[in-house]
Design a protein around this ligand. Structure first.
Ligand code: UD1
Ligand code: UDP
Length: 374
């Protein structure tokens, strides 16, 4: 049986590489990888770290690309790869343009699709935009659904997707177990200074399209006030390469003494920094899953989340997108250690680090000829 995994952005790579490595180890499965290159620098650094080699690399990224440009390029590029590779199953991940367009390309060729990280829903079609629609469409196109949690399975069932739904945990936790080390040596110069970790470190990441520019500017103003109020914190902000993000953040935070702006961190630096932080402020999906597993509280810079498990468990709170709300939520955790520890000690709901193995088992179970050969 041939399985073609298609991915193209940083978070997809971080969450798909552990699965690709599991597929490669499985007798009865021939694993191939197609990188769309929706991202460039962010993507290749991850595949190199995992030692995942691409059989096909479409290198599609363009600066300031529009949603329709990237979707069309993935649809036609992956279509050509499918004609050459002819897999029995295509795996896509999550909610990006790559996932949705690759799933459609596979559907056009009558090739079944397995959707990893299936069933997340914010129930607001414009937030996150366009990801909520991408994942709903991908769910309709897919034949196999690997839901990370019982909540995500319930979302699929409510939409009438009842066949071949497997609860597996999130593969991002599999990735974490390989990276976090007490003796990690940071490759980013700004993180190597021993003096940095004598401060309380706060990690900030933000890149969501629907937050640019207004909500992102509000986040930056709140962060500036936090550094003025709490002299002992350092806010580390690895900047997403999207020029639209930098146009907002740089003028507001470049000259702020308590803020350290960096280029995107490589994955081991990111995970090890997170593990050493007091607090994470983010609009990222992946960080909402990783930080709880590392015992670090998360304030989500959005008004809703498709990851309600973290809210319920108590490790994540919504801080919204207004300056005052973000400032107050973060101030509470920075001034009240009991409150912060309550969040830090909540149990992470995203799995045990064996999601990839469960997905491989579900694939084998669904394709008996491969199971017989394994
Ligand atoms: C995409 C995903 C989003 C995911 C995010 C992870 C969609 C619709 N959105 O958003 O779900 O959370 O990736 O980061 O698929 N760029 C570079 N180098 C890179 C990557 C990006 O220069 O390695 C710049 C380019 O100018 C590019 C822009 O960032 O045009 C935006 O990239 P794009 O993939 O279109 O959107 P993201 O906002 O990254
Ligand atoms: N990440 C990273 N370096 C960075 C920022 C993020 O390695 O500078 C990792 C992070 O640990 C997580 C993933 O990238 O695994 C999240 O990606 P992003 O926030 O871009 O996308 P999202 O998860 O929101 O789709």
């Amino acid at each position: 049986m041939k399985v073609l995994s298609v991915f193209g952005t940083r978070p997809e790579a971080i969450k798909m590489c552990p699965l690709v490595l599991s597929l490669e180890r499985t007798r009865g499965i021939r694993s191939e990888v197609c990188l769309t290159g929706q991202h460039r620098e962010l993507l290749h650094s991850v595949t190199e770290l995992f030692g995942v080699r691409a059989d096909y690399d479409l290198s599609l990224m363009r600066p300031d690309q529009s949603l329709s440009d990237i979707f069309c390029a993935v649809l036609s590029g992956v279509g050509e790869v499918l004609a050459r590779s002819v897999p029995d199953l295509v795996l896509v991940h999550g909610d990006t343009s790559t996932s949705c367009a690759a799933a459609l390309a596979a559907f056009y060729r009558h090739i079944p699709v397995g959707h990893v990280e299936a069933g997340l829903r914010s129930h607001d079609r414009y937030s996150p935009f366009p990801e909520e629609m991408n994942r709903r469409l991908t769910g309709v196109l897919a034949s196999y659904h690997f839901a990370p949690t019982a909540d995500s399975k319930a979302n699929l069932l409510a939409e009438g997707i009842t066949q071949n739904v497997f609860v597996t945990g999130n593969t991002v936790i599999d990735a974490l177990s390989a990276t976090v080390r007490p003796d990690h040596v940071f490759s980013c110069d700004a993180l190597r200074s021993g003096e940095l970790f004598s401060h309380r470190c706060v990690l900030l990441t933000a890149h969501r399209r629907e937050n640019i520019p207004y909500a992102l500017a509000a986040v930056c103003r709140a962060v500036r006030r936090l550094t003025e109020t709490f002299g002992d914190i350092r806010v580390i902000c690895p900047l997403h390469p999207n020029p639209a993000v930098r146009r907002v953040v740089l003028p507001l935070l470049r000259d702020c003494p308590g803020v350290i702006l960096t280029e995107p961190l490589d994955m081991p630096d990111m995970h090890n920094l997170m593990a050493r932080c007091t607090l994470v402020l983010t609009d990222s999906g992946g960080l909402q899953e990783e930080a709880p597993a590392l015992g670090v509280p998360v304030l989500v810079l959005r008004s809703e989340t498709e990851r309600p498990e973290g809210l319920r468990a108590g490790c994540v709170r919504l801080a919204g997108t207004e300056e005052e709300g973000i400032f107050r939520s973060a101030s509470l955790l920075l001034s009240n250690e009991t409150e912060r520890l309550r969040m830090a000690r909540a149990v992470s709901p995203y799995g045990d680090g064996h999601a990839s193995e469960r997905i491989v088992r579900a694939i084998l179970h669904s394709f008996p000829s491969a199971e017989a050969a394994s």
